[in-house]
Design a protein around this ligand. Structure first.
Ligand code: SF4
Length: 188
């Protein structure tokens, strides 16, 4: 897994679902190397509120640490059995192209060569050739993902781009920032 660190962000909430497998150890470098606190937080509203509260408390107390709010499921080392299975079947890709962000080294996994018969990209490469799709020129998902812009700053937010006609990655998924702003900004 890779983590995007941006100077526009003062602190981070670590995603609970990923952390159940990876363990909270993957965030140790946030405070140590980047001077940013992180709190691994669950997705329920009460979890998110407590996670934010723990971040605020760190600022008030002038601390910069990695903490876990979602302790009922996440531990420091994570699910070692699942990690071993992932290592058995997958390997890191040297480069992966993310919508909105472009190429990021060591940011994706692919099936190891010995399991290529199960790899849809290999198996169906002749019938379904992989086509690179460029991001829409008006889409500012990259800036939103880096914490440098808000969805409302996109000129087509809520007009040409909405959950029923998504143009960028932040609107495609219901977890995307644009989709959330659209839903909870009472635009639907
Ligand atoms: S509103 Fe749509 S086009 Fe604009 S940034 Fe969000 S996903 Fe991209």
């Amino acid at each position: 897994m890779w983590i995007l660190i941006t100077t526009a962000s003062d602190a981070f909430l670590g995603p609970s679902h990923v952390s159940v497998i990876s363990g909270s150890k993957i965030y140790d470098k946030f405070p140590k190397d980047y001077g940013r606190p992180v709190v691994v937080t669950g997705f329920e509203p009460v979890d998110a509120m407590q996670g934010i509260s723990m971040i605020v408390k760190q600022f008030v107390e002038e601390r910069c640490e990695m903490e876990v709010q979602y302790k009922r499921v996440v531990n420091h080392d994570g699910n070692l059995k699942a990690q071993a299975l992932i290592d058995t079947y997958f390997e890191k890709m040297s480069l992966f192209r993310w919508r909105g962000l472009g190429n990021v080294p060591d940011s994706g996994l692919k099936l190891r060569e010995e399991y290529a018969e199960y790899d849809a990209e290999v198996k169906y490469k002749d019938v379904l050739p992989i086509a690179e799709i460029e991001d829409h020129k008006l889409c500012i998902c990259g800036d939103i993902l880096r914490g440098m812009a808000k969805p409302q700053e996109c000129t087509i937010f809520g007009t040409a781009c909405k959950p029923t006609t998504p143009i960028g990655s932040c609107m495609v998924s219901s977890e995307g920032a644009c989709a959330a702003y659209y839903k909870y900004g009472n635009l639907i």
